[in-house]
Design a protein around this ligand. Sequence first.
Ligand code: DWN
Length: 430
Amino acid sequence: MLQDQLKTGTNNKRDEGGFKISQKTKIRKLEQCRSCGKQLSLVLSLGETPLANSFVKPGESEESFPLELCLCQSCSLVQLGHVVDPELMFRNYLYTTGVSETFRRHFASMAKALVSELNLSQDSLVVDIGSNDGLLLGSFKKLGCKVVGIEPASNLASIADKNGITTINDFFSDKTAAIITVKYGKADLITATNVFAHVDNLETFLSVVKTLLKNDGRLVIEVPYLAKMIEMMTFDTIYHEHLSYFSALSMVNVFTKNRMQVISIDEVDIHGGSLRVSVKNRDAEPPPAVQKMVKQETDRNLNKLETYTRFARRVTKSKSDLLRFLSSIRARNQTIVGYGAAAKANTLLNYCGISRNYVEYIVDDNPLKQGLLTPGTHIPVLPSKTLSEERPNYILVLAWNLADEIAKKVRQNYGNFEFIVPLPHPRLVQ
Ligand code: DWN
């Protein structure tokens, strides 16, 4: 696995969590496609950017790393050109899924659908890779399944344990898979929501999945959908945690190469548009419905370099449009604050150069982020009750994928404000 390679660096400095981080190998440049090994084409550079969840205490500083999007024209996998040490990104993680009612509903619905589709019962074992605070597994547990989480962030693993979800505090690896197999048996279902796009070594990841999955077991993953990112210009989804940006085409190529069968691919309305992919451990072609989706994507040139060079040009325009929009508000001495100190917000803020010159502070309901500063732009993150105390003129909804939930919460608790949604183009929403 990548973290094993990174640990072999020259310097054995340890971070505050005691984890070995090699100074020399915090980042490595990808010389070839992570899936098929062919040459990569650079399509977009967002410059040197801090890690999206590396919020800092006042007085602290953070490191920045190159953020470049590349296309493999052979297997159509869109991916970052550099890999940051996962020990740096995931051992202490501030993002918790449970803050949002939207995600609570989404994961409850996902668990119910999969229990029904796969006929899971109290004898079924569900393993969630990157289980965060245990939200998804909690839904499976309520439906009677046996559940085990795998979560590298020690702060999140302890939250999940407190929520009654058995959680192994480590990365998914042959070691953690063996622990589960010995203690609980093989899995009927392995889930990985917003994890597969974070994986550097896809082949190793899937080979370990195969050791943990029952012969007739199912792997179900959810990833942000590349086609929606291109269509909706949501370039803020590009950050160091997201190593891959999947289409149905590139997803099928990855699983076919690893001798696994994609059974179904469904678009789900979460995180601005995601793919839910259901996979079996058998060397077989995907069914006609999946092949039809792949054909629709090639008809839209999602496998062509010019699609991404055009996207890159539109990103530059998105930046200038947003800065013009915010400048016009500030020119009238109106105040702007953010809502949602999301990981994606930090790509948007850093790439557009938006700091306290435009946004005075950002409110967020996640207590792990409150009192910290956004990475790179150092905008204070405060509790949402600040809105009633300060009464800003505009709220820039940085977690645009949750704009409805946020706007409803603000109106219910703090009264009326003007809401700005930044992408695909800046606009006021009611
Ligand atoms: O892959 C990932 C994506 C899927 O989720 C992870 N790498 C990290 C995370 O990305 P994100 O931080 O951009 O996700 P969200 O869920 O769009 O972030 C929403 C932010 O808004 C969170 O910081 C919580 C905040 N929030 C809030 O403060 N009050 C959200 C809601 C709905 C609220 O009511």
